[in-house]
Design a protein. Structure first.
Length: 112
């Protein structure tokens, strides 16, 4: 079964993409970071469709963790055909008060 990796797959656009591809017959490797409950809910919906799926927590601000994630997913899902990057963080500060740390985290998540 072909596999799709969806980063940020537990919520919003990532969730919608994961469910859409699951309905098309793709196995789903679902990445999440802080949204583990939402990822679990999404995973349950995908599995209810009879589609193989697993969730993989990872903080993309840690490069070594991101590298390990890819190796872990590839070992469990050897037929990867699609990668969709939906991982994001939502800064709850207005632009005037956004910290350098928040901007760096956004940069790392989007770069990886």
């Amino acid at each position: 079964m072909p596999t799709a990796i969806i980063t940020g797959g537990g919520v919003r656009l990532g969730r919608a993409m994961a469910l859409h591809l699951a309905k098309k017959g793709y196995a789903i490797a679902l990445h999440h970071n802080a949204s583990s409950k939402n990822a679990g809910d999404t995973l349950a919906e995908i599995r209810a469709l009879g589609v193989r799926s697993e969730s993989f927590p990872c903080d993309f601000t840690d490069l070594s963790a991101a590298e390990k994630l890819i190796k872990t997913i590839a070992a469990q899902f050897p037929d990867i055909e699609i990668l969709i990057n939906c991982a994001a963080n939502f800064i709850q500060e207005d632009i005037e008060h956004t910290s350098t740390q928040s901007l760096e985290a956004t940069f790392h998540i989007n770069l990886l």
